[in-house]
Design a binder for this molecule. Structure first.
Ligand code: 5AD
Ligand code: SF4
Length: 449
């Protein structure tokens, strides 16, 4: 029997989605076929996330399911990839004996060899971290579509005290600018319309003397009808040059994900975030001056060790001051190996939940208020496809990353740009009516404004 069908599930951040495409690119080259049905699979891979305890628990639950499958089909190979592979290699191999393969984020090139080893009854382990691996030359397996992920750098050197990423993904390293630009050319030729450049800390991107702003302008030049997004930015490294580059290129989206984590300088110091709220607010003000209409999203952690009620109130104050368009909000989760893990996790679950709910409620109010101000205004969206709820409606996204729902119309094509007049808004979604088609073509800069 030809054992070559691979099924993969991906958890966690966009980086993992991009890594899954790299993994499938590597396996595709060796003759493996992707299957969408776990029951057809010869090899089951789970690309995992360790960022919070809950993410890992969910994945352990999935492993239990695959264990049952393996009882009926003992020849099935089950492999763990990604951050949990890096963090829990021993535990996974020894205690969770259903796992045949444990492969960390920098060893995916060895997957074919490690799968072969697993077929031969050996355990396939590849968990070395690399200072150089960027998978520059690998062509990721991407389904046809409009939007693509593209990792431009890997790892993180920031060592925020709560975060496991520097341990699971290793040191920062960047892909060559030319290889990124070439990949965007291919995406544009294939009919893609948008790419999100990914890195844990994209502002640290460096290819010889070329920084992230240089990379962004090189990407934006490829095709002016092609949108460029990026994530994640660290408040310490968001340079003026980068802000001017966003402002100067219409197809670089006016949207910055700029995690604040906490509104309290004391907590930020304990988190090793290396900026103060004063610096952060001034940065936001500067960005708004340089890029009119720029939108911001953030990450917030509630209940970091020693967080007082006053610290929590400062977080709410920053949220009110900045008025984020969106936020990803989490309860603090201690991660073994990090510096914060050595601090007492002294905020009770009840307090963490209460504070988190206050943060979520406030963000919903802010998003609602911001979205109300858009009613009656015209917005240009990229038409992404049918809305999730009904095929009588399309969903599109503005430059500032807001989803707009609008009635299907025979003249509107998926992948085109249209102007909509906003007529209704909730905290999460805008609704609009078709105004006109936008003729955005390559090198037609002015029309994406
Ligand atoms: N607990 C809670 N949230 C965390 N994050 C990272 N580590 C932790 C943790 N230990 C959040 C941060 C980060 C986002 C990706 O996940 O807000 O920006
Ligand atoms: Fe983690 Fe901080 Fe690096 Fe982000 S910048 S990946 S939160 S260590």
């Amino acid at each position: 029997m030809n054992k070559n069908k691979v099924y993969i599930e991906t958890y966690g951040c966009q980086m993992n989605l991009a890594d899954t495409e790299i993994v499938l690119g590597i396996l595709g080259d060796k003759g493996y076929d992707l299957t969408k049905s776990v029951n057809d699979a010869d090899v089951v891979l789970i690309n995992t996330c360790s960022i919070r305890e809950k993410a890992e628990q969910r994945i352990y639950g999935r492993l239990g399911y695959f264990k049952n499958m393996k009882n009926d089909k003992p020849e099935l190979i089950v492999g763990i990839l990604g951050c949990m592979a890096e963090r829990l290699r021993k535990d996974l191999m020894e205690k969770k004996s259903i796992v045949d393969l444990v492969v960390g984020p920098d060893e995916y090139r060895r997957l074919p060899e490690l799968i072969d080893a697993a077929y031969n009854g050996d355990k396939g382990i590849g968990v070395k971290l690399s200072r150089t691996e960027t998978y520059d030359d690998i062509i990721p397996h991407r389904e046809d579509g409009l939007q693509a992920w593209l990792s431009v750098m890997r790892g993180c050197d920031k060592f925020c005290t709560f975060c496991v990423v520097p341990f699971t993904r290793g040191r920062e390293r960047s892909r060559a600018i030319n290889s990124v630009v070439d990949e965007i050319k291919q995406l544009s030729q294939r009919g893609f319309k948008e790419v999100t450049l990914l890195g844990q800390n994209v502002n640290s991107y460096l290819d010889n003397d070329k920084d992230f702003a240089d990379l962004l302008s090189a990407c934006a030049e490829v095709d002016r009808s092609f949108r460029i997004r990026f994530t994640t930015s660290h408040p310490q490294d968001l340079s003026d040059k980068l802000l001017y580059t966003i402002a100067g290129n219409q197809n670089i989206c006016n949207y910055i994900h700029l995690p604040v984590q906490s509104g309290s300088d004391r907590i930020l110091k304990l988190m090793n975030r290396t900026y103060t709220i004063d610096h952060y607010i001034k940065l936001i003000e500067k960005a708004r001056r340089i890029i009119p209409g720029v939108s911001f999203s953030t990450d917030i952690i509630s209940g970091f060790p020693t967080e007082t009620y006053e610290d929590h109130v400062k977080t709410l104050e920053v949220m009110r001051e900045v008025k984020y368009d969106g936020a990803y909000m989490f309860k603090y989760s201690p991660r073994e190996g990090t510096k914060a893990y050595r601090m007492k996790d002294d905020i009770t679950e009840e307090t963490k939940s209460k504070r988190l709910h206050e943060i979520i409620d406030l963000q919903q109010q802010i998003s609602y208020q911001i979205n109300q101000t858009l009613i009656g205004k015209d917005e240009i969206v990229l038409v992404e496809g049918s809305s999730r709820k009904s095929d009588k409606f399309f969903a599109g996204r503005t430059d500032t990353n807001k989803v707009v729902i609008f009635p299907v119309n025979d003249d509107i094509k998926v992948g085109s740009y249209v102007t909509l007049k906003i007529n209704k808004a909730t905290h999460a979604t805008l609704f609009g009516d078709f105004v006109e088609q936008e003729n955005v073509t390559n090198n037609n800069l002015a029309l994406i404004a």
